[in-house]
Design a protein around this ligand. Structure first.
Ligand code: C2E
Ligand code: CA
Ligand code: CA
Length: 761
C-alpha cells in the first residue's frame, strides 16, 4: 500500500478553507468563553468560601458573645465585647449579590438589642434583671446561629457548584486544548507527510525514468568515485564493451581508458570539482576483446545525491560515427578511389607552395596528367577494370614522385602532381621517367593494358595558384591536341589557343547554319595496282576570317555540344552527292567508294538509319558505295547498341569500317563478332614500318583481316617504303600523303584519268 492510499490523500480532501477558518475561530471563541467562565467560577467559589468563613466567624462570635454574656451575668461584672459581630459584611455576598439579610438583620438586631440591654443592666448593677433578660438570649442566639448556618451551607453549596462547573469546564478546556494540539500535530504531520509523498513520487518518477533508461537504453551508465574507482556499471557494459557485469566494479575507470585520453578524463573531473554541471568527453575505452572503442560521455557530479554519491558517467559507443566522420574528413580532401589528394586539397597545397618563399631557380611546378583514351578502357572493359587501372596509375604516380611532392586525382582520368624545389630540367626528366612508368603494361582481367598520358607542366611565375593550374591544364591540352603521349611545358601561345578554342565554340553554331563546314576528300589507292579506289570525307571549317580550320580543332567541341550530329549529316550528304556526281561524270570510276566518319554521339542517334537512308536516296548513290567509319572503342563502348545500329545500316548495303584499329582495346578475336567489312590500321603502326623492319603487328592485323574476309586499309602512308611493305604484307588499300592529301571536292574531278594506274606523288 502506498503512502497516498494510507493517507487517503488528505492534502486534496476536507472542508473549504473559509469554512475551516470560521470553524477554528468559533471553536477558539467558545474555548476563550469557557476559559473566562472557569476563571469567573473559580473566583465565585473563592468568594463564597470567604463569605462562608465570615459566617462561621460570626457564628463563633455569636457563641462567644453568648458565652461572655452568661459569664458576665454569672459574675455580674464582666462587660461583653460585641466588636466581633460586624453586620456590614452581611449585606452582600462575595459576588456582590444581595443575600437574604432581612431575617438575619432582624435576628441580629434582637440579639444585639438583648446583649446591649443585658450590658446596661449589668453596668447598672441590676444583675437579676440582667439574668432575666439574659434568658431570652439563648433562643435568640440559636435562631441567629441557625440562619448563619443555613447561609453558610448555602454558600458552601454554591461554592461547590461553581467549583464543579469550573472543574468540568477546565476538563473540557483541557480536552479542547488537547484536541487542538492534536489537530495542530496532525496538520504538521500531514504537511510533512505530503512533502515526503511528493518527494517520494518525484523520486519514484525519476527512478522509473532512470530505471527504464538504464534498462532500455544502449548507453552505459557508470558511477565512479573521485578516484575514478568504478562502483557501478549498467548491464549494458556487456553488450558495449564485452565485460561481464560486475567485472569492472572496484577497478579504476582509467585502466580501460586509452593512455592518450586519460588526461582528458582527469580534466573533465577537475571541471566537475570546480563546479561545472555536466562535462562532455570523448575518450577511447578498451573492450574486453582489446579493441578501442570511442565512447562519448557526459559526466555528472552526483556526489551530493545520497542515492548515487559519486560521479555518474553516461557513455555511448560512437566508434562507427567517429570512423565515418574521419572518413568524411578524409574524403573531403582525398579521392575515394585512389586515396590521392583531391582537387580541393591539391589547390590548397599549390596555394601554400606559392605563398612560401621559394628559390626562383626551383619554382613550384604543377603537372597535369590526362590518360589518353582512358574512356575507351572504361567503355570497352567496364568501369570496374577502369577503376582498377586508375588505382594502378595513382600508385605509379605516388611512387614516381618524391614524398614531399603532392600527387592528386582531379577527377576522371585527370591526375596532377605538385613538385617543389626542383630545377625545371630535373623536373622534366622526372616527368619523362613518370611517363615511362605509366606506360609499363598492367595486367587486368587477363589483358595487358598499356597506358599513355598527355602531360602538361607549368612553373610558378607571376600569376596566382589558379593561373598556374590553368596553365598546366593548357599545356596538357596542347599535348592532347598535338597527338597525345608527350610532355609539354606551358607557353603563352597555349593560352592564345585556349582563347581561340573558346571563340570557335561560340562561332560553331553559326558556322553550321551558314554551311561553313564542308567535306574535303582524301583519295585512297589500291596498293596492288596503285589505282584510286575511293575517298575518305574529312570535315573542314571554312572560316570567313580565320581560314581553314582542321577537324581536330572543332570536332571535339561539336562532340561535346552534340552539334556533331548535324555536322555528320552535312558531311554525309555532301559526300554522297559528290561521289554520285563523280560516278556520273566518270563512269570508269563507278566502283569508287566514299568513307564518312561517325562519332559516338552519331552512333547513339536513333535517327541514324534514316539519316543514312535519306542521304543515299537524295544523292542516288548506291548503298554499297558508302562506308561508315567507326573507331574500335566506339564499337565496344555499348556493343549492343553499336551492333544493332551498324547491322541496320549494313542491311541497306552500306559498308562498315573499323577506324584507327590497334589503338583501342578490343582484341583481334573480337573482330569476328563485329558487323564490319573493313579494318583501317592506325597511322601509328604504319609510322613504325621503317628500314625494312617487318612489323609483326601490322602483318598480324592484315593476315587476320584477310582470314576474316575483311578488306584492310593502311592509314597515313607517307613513303614508298611503307607502301611497299604493306603491299607485300597483302594489305589491300593505302591512304596517305604519299598518294593524296585531303582536297576540296572541286579538285577531285582533275584527278580522274581514263586509265589511272599509277599514284600521284
Ligand atoms: P581520321 O578519321 O583518322 O582521319 C585521318 C586523318 O589522318 C585525317 O586528318 C587525315 O588528313 C590524316 N592523314 C591522312 N594521311 C596522312 C598522312 O600521310 N600523314 C598524316 N600526318 N596525316 C594523314 P584530319 O582530316 O585532320 O582529321 C582528323 C580526324 O578528325 C579524323 O581522323 C577523324 O577522326 C576526325 N574527323 C574528320 N572529319 C570528320 C567528320 O566528318 N566526322 C567525324 N566524326 N570526325 C571527323
Ligand atoms: Ca577516318
Ligand atoms: Ca583513322
Amino acid at each position: 500500500m502506498n503512502v497516498l492510499q494510507r493517507l487517503g490523500r488528505p492534502a486534496m480532501s476536507g472542508p473549504h478553507p473559509v469554512r475551516k477558518i470560521l470553524t477554528v475561530v468559533l471553536v477558539f471563541n467558545v474555548a476563550l468563553g469557557m476559559a473566562f467562565s472557569v476563571i469567573g467560577l473559580r473566583r465565585q467559589a473563592g468568594d463564597r468560601a470567604k463569605v462562608q468563613n465570615q459566617l462561621i466567624e460570626q457564628m463563633s462570635a455569636v457563641n462567644a458573645v453568648r458565652a461572655e454574656m452568661w459569664k458576665s451575668i454569672d459574675q455580674g461584672s464582666v462587660t461583653p465585647n460585641l466588636a466581633g459581630l460586624d453586620l456590614n459584611n452581611f449585606g452582600r455576598d462575595g459576588l456582590g449579590q444581595p443575600v437574604d439579610t432581612g431575617r438575619l438583620a432582624q435576628q441580629l438586631g434582637s440579639f444585639t438589642a438583648i446583649v446591649t440591654s443585658v450590658r446596661s443592666r449589668l453596668d447598672a448593677g441590676q444583675v437579676a434583671v440582667a439574668r432575666a433578660e439574659g434568658a431570652g438570649l439563648a433562643p435568640n442566639a440559636t435562631a441567629l446561629l441557625g440562619t448563619l448556618q443555613a447561609l453558610s451551607d448555602e454558600h458552601q453549596r454554591q461554592s461547590d457548584r461553581a467549583n464543579t462547573t469550573a472543574d468540568v469546564e477546565t476538563v473540557v478546556l483541557m480536552l479542547f486544548a488537547a484536541a487542538m494540539g492534536l489537530v495542530l500535530f496532525r496538520r504538521v504531520m500531514i504537511t510533512r507527510i505530503n512533502s515526503d509523498v511528493r518527494a517520494a513520487q518525484a523520486k519514484a518518477r525519476a527512478e522509473a525514468t532512470f530505471g527504464s533508461l538504464v534498462r532500455h537504453s544502449s548507453d552505459l551508465i557508470s558511477i565512479v568515485d573521485v578516484e575514478f574507482e568504478l562502483r557501478y556499471l549498467t548491464p549494458s557494459v556487456q553488450s558495449i564493451l564485452g565485460y561481464p557485469p560486475g567485472e569492472l566494479v572496484g577497478r579504476s575507470l582509467l585502466d580501460i581508458v586509452h593512455p592518450d585520453d586519460r588526461l582528458r578524463l582527469l580534466a573533465a573531473h577537475d571541471a566537475l570539482l570546480d563546479g561545472a554541471d555536466l562535462v562532455p568527453t570523448t575518450v577511447r575505452m578498451q573492450s574486453a576483446e582489446g579493441t578501442w572503442r570511442y565512447m562519448e560521455s557526459l559526466h555528472n557530479d552526483l556526489r551530493q545525491n545520497a542515492d548515487v554519491n559519486g560521479v555518474a558517467i553516461t557513455s555511448r559507443d560512437v566508434t562507427e560515427r567517429i570512423a565515418l566522420e574521419e572518413q568524411l574528413r578524409h574524403s573531403a580532401f582525398h579521392d575515394d578511389l585512389t586515396g590521392l589528394a583531391n582537387r580541393a586539397l591539391f589547390s590548397d597545397r599549390v596555394e601554400h607552395a606559392l605563398s612560401r618563399r621559394y628559390d626562383v631557380r626551383t619554382p613550384p611546378a604543377v603537372v597535369f596528367f590526362d590518360l589518353d583514351d582512358f574512356k575507351a578502357v572504361n567503355d570497352s572493359l567496364g568501369h570496374h577494370i577502369g577503376d582498377q587501372l586508375l588505382q594502378v596509375i595513382a600508385q605509379r604516380l605516388e611512387y614516381g614522385v618524391r614524398p614531399s611532392d603532392t600527387a592528386a586525382r582531379l577527377g576522371g582520368d585527370e591526375f596532377a602532381v605538385l613538385i617543389e624545389d626542383l630545377h625545371p630540367d630535373d623536373c622534366l626528366s622526372l616527368l619523362h621517367r613518370l611517363q615511362q612508368d605509366l606506360r609499363q603494361p598492367v595486367l587486368l582481367a587477363g589483358r595487358e593494358l598499356s597506358m599513355r598520358a598527355s602531360i602538361g607542366v607549368a612553373y610558378a611565375g607571376a600569376g596566382d595558384a589558379s593561373t598556374l593550374l590553368a596553365n598546366a591544364d593548357l599545356a596538357m591540352y596542347a599535348v592532347k591536341a598535338g597527338g597525345k603521349d608527350a610532355v609539354m611545358q606551358f607557353t603563352p601561345t597555349m593560352a592564345e589557343h585556349a582563347v581561340r578554342r573558346l571563340q570557335l565554340k561560340t562561332e560553331l553554331h553559326a558556322a553550321i547554319e551558314h554551311g561553313q563546314i564542308v567535306a574535303f576528300f582524301q583519295p585512297t589507292v589500291d596498293l596492288a595496282t596503285g589505282r584510286m579506289s575511293g575517298f575518305e570525307a574529312l570535315a573542314r571549317w571554312l572560316h570567313p576570317s580565320r581560314g581553314l580550320i582542321p577537324p581536330l580543332e572543332f570536332i571535339p567541341i561539336a562532340e561535346q555540344t552534340g552539334q556533331i550530329v548535324e555536322i555528320g549529316r552535312q558531311v554525309l550528304r555532301q559526300a554522297c552527292r559528290a561521289l554520285a556526281g563523280w560516278h556520273q561524270r566518270h563512269p570508269d570510276y563507278g566502283d569508287l567508294t566514299v568513307a564518312v566518319n561517325l562519332s559516338a554521339r552519331e552512333l547513339d542517334e536513333p535517327d541514324l538509319l534514316k539519316i543514312v537512308a535519306d542521304a543515299l536516296r537524295e544523292s542516288g548513290l548506291a548503298a554499297d558505295r558508302l562506308t561508315l567509319e567507326v573507331t574500335e572503342s566506339l564499337l565496344v563502348r555499348d556493343p549492343e547498341l553499336a551492333v544493332r545500329q551498324l547491322t541496320a545500316v549494313r542491311k541497306l548495303g552500306v559498308q562498315v569500317a573499323i577506324d584507327d584499329f590497334g589503338t583501342g582495346y578490343s582484341s583481334l578475336n573480337y573482330l569476328e563478332q563485329l558487323p564490319v567489312d573493313i579494318v583501317k590500321i592506325d597511322k601509328t603502326f604504319i609510322d613504325r614500318l621503317t628500314g625494312g623492319d617487318r612489323n609483326v603487328m601490322v602483318e598480324t592485323i592484315t593476315q587476320l583481316g584477310t582470314a576474316l574476309g575483311l578488306r584492310t586499309v593502311a592509314e597515313g602512308i607517307e613513303n614508298d617504303l611503307q607502301a611497299g611493305l604493306l603491299r607485300d604484307m597483302g594489305c589491300d588499300v593505302g591512304q596517305g600523303f604519299l598518294f593524296y592529301r585531303p582536297v576540296p571536292g572541286s579538285e577531285i574531278d582533275a584527278l580522274f584519268q581514263p586509265s589511272d594506274v599509277s599514284h600521284v606523288a
